[in-house]
Design a protein around this ligand. Structure first.
Ligand code: ZN
Length: 194
């Protein structure tokens, strides 16, 4: 079953989500919600989904970057983005720490801003302290694209969207990104976008 994904303008996307207790994490409704979020992420497909996107203002995220999602992306593009597969995992009540001052700029999209992408600077390395789906404490160290996914999804729990962080004038449809910009280096895009 696939849940409906709320789109930009839905007020829940701008709320701060609340933390879950370990007791709640163990409960049937939350375990069921986690399963539904994983199904929804897989069916959409997407590399991450935060609970506010499906209408629950809770600090709950699912993430998975499958190899099949990037099978048509040239290897040099993947290297540039430092993108490699990330196994399925659940992030609850996360605290994000920036581990690297340097940033990288790439186009990213959001399932709640369907059909659009924008150029978003993100820090290159993060540490996340959170709970897993069993309520156990976990420390995640992430670099590159995985660090970007974590920053994007954890922003959702604060009511922040990628368009709040994007470069001015960089929002565009996915179709036009594919048509005009996808193979251009970011520096060139920055010059041309006006
Ligand atoms: Zn998003």
């Amino acid at each position: 079953m696939k849940l409906k994904i709320n789109q930009l303008g839905n007020p829940i996307l701008r709320q701060r989500a609340r933390a879950l207790s370990v007791h709640e994490i163990h409960s049937d409704p939350i375990q069921q919600l986690i399963k539904l979020m994983i199904d929804t992420m897989h069916d959409t497909p997407g590399v991450g989904l935060a609970a506010p996107q499906i209408g629950e203002s809770l600090q709950l995220i699912v993430i998975e970057d499958r190899p099949e999602y990037t099978k048509d992306v040239p290897i040099e593009q993947l290297k540039l983005r430092k993108r490699s597969p990330v196994p399925l995992h659940v992030v609850i009540n996360p605290k994000l720490y920036i581990e690297e001052v340097d940033q990288a700029e790439f186009f990213e999209g959001c399932l709640s801003i369907a059909g659009f992408v924008a150029l978003v600077p993100r820090t290159l390395a993060v540490r996340v302290e959170c709970l897993n789906e069993k309520g156990e404490p976990v420390v995640i160290k992430a670099e590159g694209w995985y660090a970007r996914i974590l920053q994007h999804e954890i922003d959702h729990l604060q009511g922040t969207l990628c368009i709040d962080r994007m470069r001015d004038h960089s929002l565009m449809t996915v179709d036009n990104y594919m048509r005009y910009w996808k193979d251009k280096p970011v520096e060139e895009i920055m010059r041309e976008r006006g």
